[in-house]
Design a protein around this ligand. Structure first.
Ligand code: CA
Length: 421
C-alpha cells in the first residue's frame, strides 16, 4: 500500500486542538499539526501585512481586513464542505489534507496592493503561490515533512491540474470556498449587506455525482441568492470608482518608479526591496520580504525625492488626494482631457487613466469549459446546468447585456479646469 492510501488524518492530529475566533465563521477549528504549522509559517504570517481589498477601505473605511484572515476563512469553509456526509465518504484522508492545505495557502502569492503591483511588474499571484509552495520556503518544508509529494499535490489543486476535480471545485470554481468566504467577509467588514447569502443551506444541498460536486434542486434559491450577492458586491463595493481611483494612483506611482529606473535616475531612497522586481530577478525570499508596510515606507521616502511626479503622486496617495473621475463617453473626450492635462503640466502617462469594468455574473458551458458550470441534481437523479433550473440565472444569461462602466480618472486640478471650460 502506498503512502496516500494508508495515510490517516488521525495520525497528524494535534494533541491539543486549537480554535481561532472569527467574525464570520464563529470558530475556526485547527485539528492537525501540519495546518497549525502552516498558519505559523512566515509566508502565511506575511499575509497579515497585505489587505484583502486593496483600495476599498478608502470608501468603506472599515474594510481593513487582511488576506491572512480570509485564508483562514477559506480553510474553514473547506472543513465545512468535508463534513458534508457524501463528501466525507467520497474523499480519502490524503485528499482531504491536500484540499485543506490548498484552501489555506491559495492566496500566498499576492503581492502588496495586489492588482496595481501585478499590473506594472507582471507578477501573477497564482504563479507566485505555486512557486512558494514548491520552492525554497517554510511552507514547502512543512508540507514535505509530511510527504515529499504533498507540495506538488497541493500546488496542482491551485493550478487546476489535479486529477480529482472535486478538490479543484472546492477551492476554485463558480461556487467555491474562496468566493463564499470573501463575499461574507467583505460584506461584513465593509458594513454593506449585499454579499450575505445562506451558506449553510448551500452546503447542505451539496452532493457528489459523476465525480463532480453538484447541488440538489432544493438549493437553487440559495445559489441564486449567492450569485446575485456576488454581482451586487462587484458593483457596490469592488468596482466602486473611489477604490479604482486609489488603485490607479498606486499604479501610476509604481509605473513612475519603473520609468525612473529605466532613465537611470539618481535615487535618494535605497530601493533594495524593489530592485529585484524592477530587474526581473526576483527570488522567493525577495517576494516574501515585500509587503504593504514596506511599500508605505517607500511612499513616505518618495516624498523627499527630487522627481516632481513621484513626489507629487506619493503625497497624493498618503494624504488621500485621490484622482477625480467621470463617465467616459468616447475616445475624443479622453484626447481632450489628455491635451488639457499636458497644458497644465501633468504628464497623461501618470495622471490620466481610463478603465472599463465589466462583470459577468455567471459563466455557461463553453465559456471556460464544462468544469465551471454549477450543476443541479433533480429528484429523479438527472443532472442539468443551473440556468435551466433557475429563471433568474437564465434571464441574466439571455440578456447578454452585461453591465459595464467606463470611467476616466484625473487630478482635481484638471477637474476644476474642465468645469470652467
Ligand atoms: Ca482568495
Amino acid at each position: 500500500m502506498n503512502f496516500k492510501d494508508k495515510f490517516s488524518l488521525k495520525s497528524i492530529e494535534l494533541k491539543e486542538k486549537r480554535v481561532i475566533r472569527d467574525a464570520i465563521h464563529d470558530y475556526i477549528h485547527i485539528d492537525h499539526v501540519v495546518i497549525w504549522q502552516l498558519i505559523n509559517s512566515k509566508e502565511m504570517q506575511r499575509l497579515r501585512r497585505i489587505k484583502q481589498l486593496g483600495g476599498t477601505h478608502q470608501v468603506f473605511q472599515s474594510a481593513e481586513h487582511s488576506r491572512f484572515v480570509h485564508s483562514l476563512g477559506v480553510y474553514q469553509v473547506i472543513r465545512k464542505m468535508l463534513e458534508v456526509e457524501c463528501v466525507n465518504e467520497y474523499l480519502s484522508d490524503y485528499d482531504k489534507l491536500c484540499v485543506m492545505c490548498a484552501g489555506l495557502l491559495h492566496d500566498l502569492g499576492h503581492g502588496p496592493f495586489s492588482h496595481s503591483f501585478e499590473g506594472v511588474f507582471h507578477e501573477n499571484h497564482e504563479t507566485m503561490t505555486v512557486r512558494i509552495i514548491l520552492e525554497d520556503s517554510e511552507v514547502q518544508a512543512i508540507l514535505t515533512s509530511v510527504y515529499e509529494q504533498l507540495p506538488y499535490d497541493v500546488a496542482s489543486i491551485i493550478q487546476h491540474t489535479h486529477p480529482n476535480h472535486i478538490l479543484i471545485q472546492m477551492v476554485s470554481s463558480q461556487l467555491d470556498a474562496d468566493r463564499m468566504d470573501y463575499l461574507l467577509r467583505d460584506s461584513y467588514m465593509s458594513g454593506t449587506t449585499y454579499g450575505q447569502f445562506d451558506m449553510s443551506r448551500i452546503l447542505r444541498t451539496m452532493r457528489i455525482c459523476d465525480g463532480k460536486i453538484v447541488f440538489k434542486e432544493s438549493g437553487v434559491q440559495a445559489i441564486e441568492n449567492y450569485i446575485l450577492a456576488r454581482y451586487h458586491m462587484y458593483w457596490q463595493v469592488y468596482y466602486h470608482p473611489t477604490a479604482r481611483s486609489y488603485e490607479h494612483l498606486l499604479q501610476s506611482i509604481f509605473l513612475r518608479v519603473k520609468d525612473l529606473c529605466d532613465m537611470d535616475y539618481c535615487w535618494n531612497t535605497k530601493l533594495d526591496y524593489l530592485l529585484p522586481f524592477i530587474h526581473k530577478q526576483m527570488t522567493i525570499q525577495d517576494f516574501i520580504h515585500l509587503d504593504e508596510s514596506i511599500i508605505m515606507y517607500y511612499f513616505r521616502e518618495f516624498m523627499k525625492e527630487d522627481d516632481f511626479i513621484l513626489k507629487d503622486l506619493s503625497s497624493r496617495f498618503l494624504n488621500r488626494k485621490l484622482f477625480k473621475y467621470k463617465q467616459l463617453k468616447n475616445q475624443g473626450e479622453q484626447n481632450k482631457i489628455e491635451k488639457l492635462s499636458q497644458k497644465l503640466g501633468y504628464d497623461p502617462r501618470y495622471y490620466i487613466i481610463s478603465d472599463n469594468q465589466k462583470q459577468i455574473p455567471y459563466l455557461h458551458y463553453g465559456e471556460t469549459g464544462e468544469l465551471n458550470e454549477i450543476e443541479i441534481l433533480s429528484i429523479d437523479d438527472e443532472l442539468s446546468p443551473l440556468p435551466t433550473k433557475s429563471e433568474i440565472v437564465s434571464a441574466i444569461l439571455n440578456s447578454k447585456q452585461y453591465k459595464s462602466d467606463k470611467k476616466i480618472f484625473f487630478p482635481k486640478e484638471i477637474k476644476d479646469e474642465l468645469s470652467i471650460l
